[in-house]
Design a binder for this molecule. Sequence first.
Ligand code: AMP
Length: 221
Amino acid sequence: MVNMLIMGKPGAGKGTLASKLLEHYRLAHISTGNIYREEIAKGSAIGQEAQKYISQGELVPDDMTNGIVYDILKNHPMPHGFMLDGYPRTKAQAIALDEMLHTLSIKLDVVINMDVDDELLMIRMADRRVCPKCGATYNVTTKPPKTAGVCDVCGTLLIQRADDSEESVKNRLRIYNRATRPLLGYYEKTDLLMTVDGALPTLTVFYEIVSKLDGINRGHH
Ligand code: AMP
């Protein structure tokens, strides 16, 4: 059982690493971004409110996001632990999370930070393609489809996500630097922070994390 938090700049390649860790440790995935996208798709009150901020590229207000996370931590069975992904995004959220975990007697084991420099990030985002039909993701340099521009899975023409445009990426980086980067210092003080090199292949990073975590767990027993 392991409770983790995964952080990184937008586009750092968190998604691929997260899915490997989720599978390996059989974790419950708590992604506030996914939750908001689902609520928006359902047209719920939460979705409608969140959409106002998300469509502007802004963060949703802390109270709303904190409430959603608390509800899940409190009510959702997570026998193998959880991965918080995309939360906390601000220091106020981190403080709220600490309080929630304390109230619920839950221990956080590790905060994984994927570190990538901005330049590499801009290149990666520009190379990203997604299938609008089945959601499969590609990268024209590192993970190209068999036929250029066409989805391997369903044959649909690939597109660039609207929020992968250069302007949008720059804006998300600005928000990250302003609101989220201060969290690194916050978690550094707790000794939970594990920074990994996001420029390395995902599998390399994955094995590094697993071996460190297994080492930590062995130390406990
Ligand atoms: P993501 O897929 O994690 O990039 O999230 C998509 C959007 O949802 C973000 O750009 C924010 O507008 C919103 N969002 C997701 N998580 C949070 C959070 N922890 N705090 C505030 N807004 C969030």
